[in-house]
Design a protein around this ligand. Structure first.
Ligand code: ASP
Length: 427
């Protein structure tokens, strides 16, 4: 019986390390896209299925893990972690924006670019204050059904619910304590079930990744990298500096091995790259935090969903690089005060960017408009935004994971006996 089970092809597939399967799917996708061209789009249903599966699990996963997380932690500690997370998100977004502008000024994309009139309908994003107000749900049950707009409202409600549950579990009244404990067990079981589903969905990831990357390469070809090489290169170098320089240095300073961080986070990074959605990648990011990094659920269950919604370091880099591109394309030399305005506006507007494909492209109008740069650039960039979106989403998700690790380390909420930290582990 034992032998039969082990030799099945399905069993072999399951036993093969996930990250290798995803990487193989990715590489095969690139090859298929290059050789088949646009007609590779026949594999689109595979990619769509993967995206649907991810979206299917996001909201229940956030809700159950957050209620469990919030009810296992002292509310005072929760407040302190929350403060650190928000401070981290702001600080790194400013650093990202500064890197974006520096790389842009150095690489000088857009010089000599004939700024063509490109048809593009500019969508006006809602005012900042409205965005912030919309985080408080009028109807939490409705918020649960709305992805991704419902993510932050659900976080707010789940946090309150979880804190309420803590009080119930610590009540002096027996009946309340017992029902609180029972409810906690139910939520804990639901969170575990969601993780089981995440693992199942990830087994399908190699096929989804194959299809998603094949379609992009098949449609855009390699030539796109050449014609917009400078802007793509600047965004890629900026994001690489953020990941390999800034995050790695901070992790190292906190006593966390950056190489192990990259090893443990690569599934989420690759998923972010191909799905181009921080919110869609959340199940994978949370799984990495839990299984690969041993981060306590009480810490990552709210820092990661908040990060996927408001922390966009990759997007901040991108916005500044595109702003320099726009200025160069019309032959305008940016002044110091314009640069300062661009940095502040990019950071603030990146908070309002939805963690979905092309979310940043819409918000780009705010950054460019803040100093009167030509909005037609949004139309120009739209053609290559798929590539830029892959790069920035990977940066965004890596930033969220770094925050979860740094903050959890400072609160002693990492189990260093787990995942990539385990001694003797090689993959
Ligand atoms: N696609 C990005 C993300 O989900 C957002 C953006 O377009 O900048 O993180």
């Amino acid at each position: 019986m034992k032998g039969k089970k082990k030799t099945g092809i399905f069993r072999k597939y399951l036993d093969f390390p996930l990250i290798y399967k995803i990487t193989i799917g990715f590489l095969l996708g690139v090859v298929a896209g290059l050789t088949v061209g646009p007609s590779i789009s026949v594999v689109k249903p595979l990619g769509d299925l993967f995206l649907r599966l991810l979206r299917m699990i996001v909201m229940p996963l956030i809700f159950f893990t957050l209620v469990v997380g919030a009810s296992t932690i002292d509310p005072k500690k929760l407040g302190r972690i929350g403060g650190k997370v928000i401070a981290w998100y702001f600080a790194t977004s400013f650093i990202a924006a500064a890197i974006g502008i520096s790389i842009g000024l150095l690489v000088k994309p857009g010089i000599g670019h004939p700024l063509a009139e490109v048809e593009y309908t500019v969508t006006t994003p809602p005012p900042f204050i409205e965005t912030v107000l919309s985080w408080v749900p009028e109807n939490p049950f409705e918020a649960l059904t709305q992805f991704p707009e419902g993510v932050l409202p659900t976080i707010i409600f789940a946090l309150m619910f979880g804190i309420g549950l803590t009080y119930l579990r610590n009540s002096k009244i027996n009946r309340h304590r017992e029902s609180g404990d029972t409810l906690f067990k139910v939520f804990d079981a639901c969170a575990e079930i969601m993780y089981k589903i995440v693992r199942f969905v990830l087994e399908f990831a190699p096929f989804g990744v194959f299809a998603l990357i094949a379609i992009v390469i098949g449609e855009k070809g390699i030539s796109i990298f050449v014609s917009y090489g400078k802007i793509i290169g600047a965004a890629a170098v900026g994001t690489a500096i953020m990941i390999l320089g800034v995050y790695s240095a901070v992790l190292f300073a906190c006593g966390i091995n950056p190489l192990k961080f990259l090893r443990g986070g690569k599934e989420a990074m690759l998923t972010a790259f191909v799905t181009r959605s921080s919110s869609g990648t959340l199940p994978v990011t949370m799984k990495c935090a839990d299984e690969n990094f041993g981060v306590n659920r009480s810490a990552y269950s709210f820092s990661l969903p908040i990060g996927a919604t408001i922390n966009m370091d990759g997007t901040a880099i991108y916005m500044l690089v595109v702003a320099v591109f726009a200025a160069n394309a019309v032959g305008h030399v940016l002044t110091a005060s314009e640069i300062a305005t661009l940095i502040v506006v990019a950071v603030m507007s990146s908070i309002g960017v939805a963690g979905v494909p092309m979310g940043g492209l819409i918000m780009l109008t705010v950054t460019l408009g803040s100093i009167g740069l030509p909005l037609q650039v949004v139309g120009l960039i739209a053609g290559i935004d798929v590539i830029l979106d892959m790069i920035r989403t990977m940066g965004n998700v890596t930033g969220d994971m770094t925050c979860a690790l740094v903050v959890s380390k400072s609160e002693n909420l990492i189990d260093f006996e787990k995942g990539v930290w385990k001694k003797g582990r090689t993959s």
